[in-house]
Design a protein around this ligand. Structure first.
Ligand code: GRF
Length: 235
């Protein structure tokens, strides 16, 4: 991957997605309206040929690639999958600096992630603690809630009967939904909320957060790639 140049060279993002791509759209809109100076989306990859996110990319003349991936699997701990080798070649070909997982529904292995230290971020529709680990989170009003990881986190929050959940942007580590936090925001659960209504409100927040996270990554003071995960303090 190319080194980050703070001033002249734009930050080259790849966005990986599997579906709708509303968060990709938020990034496209922010770039086009000059809210993210010095940032470019140079590649959009989907493991799903029917992902609407691919159409969004093409409408804005962004390179959009369907990368067949096969069924969701538990990645190997010791070596990259063939899918990941192909993805790596694409990322290098397009000289990507940072990878944004925006609704990407495939787990990435440790050997894959080791190639791009501190350069892969993910959106997760739940609140994660600062270092990403642990099983509880304390909300602003002092309530301790469980940390929801994996699929259908909005559903998990509703089932837990809590009053507040939220969305988090975090660095990706081999443990799923457990990396250090870049930014996050609480979202109140309203009476009568369904999984869909709650997730829709969370997405409004995510669209703001993803832009904020990329802005942070593009700032000189946010370059933390050589620090171990537990030294990150940028919240
Ligand atoms: C987001 O809610 C994100 O939190 C989750 O997947 C969803 C993707 O939404 N990881 P979209 O495809 O960007 O609309």
């Amino acid at each position: 991957m190319s080194d980050i140049n703070m001033s002249e060279t734009p930050l080259r993002l790849a966005v990986l997605l599997s579906g709708n791509g509303s968060n990709l759209q938020a990034l496209i809109d922010a770039i086009e309206s000059k809210q993210l100076p010095g940032v470019e989306i140079v590649l959009v990859v989907s493991n799903n040929p029917n992902a609407y996110g691919l159409q969004r990319a093409l409408k804005h003349a962004l390179p959009a690639i369907y990368l067949p991936w096969g069924p969701a699997n538990v990645p190997q701990k010791t070596e990259m999958s063939e899918n990941e080798t192909r993805l790596t070649s694409l990322l290098r070909l397009f000289q990507v600096d940072f990878i944004v997982l925006a609704g990407w529904m495939r787990i990435l292995s440790a050997p894959f992630l080791e190639q791009f230290p501190r350069r892969v971020i993910n959106l997760h529709p739940a609140l994660l603690p600062n270092d990403g680990t642990g099983s509880t989170y304390t909300t602003k009003d002092g309530t301790e809630i469980p940390v929801f990881r994996g699929l259908r986190a909005a559903r998990q929050a509703l089932d837990a009967g809590i009053k507040v959940t939220g969305s988090t942007i975090h660095y990706v580590t081999p443990e799923v939904d457990a990396g250090p936090v870049i930014c996050r925001e609480e979202v109140a659960i309203e009476q009568g909320d369904t999984e869909e209504s709650l997730h829709e409100r969370m997405k409004v927040v995510e669209h703001r957060l993803i832009v904020e996270a990329v802005r942070k990554l593009n700032r000189r003071d946010a370059i933390t790639e050589h620090l171990p995960y537990d030294k990150i303090t940028e919240h």
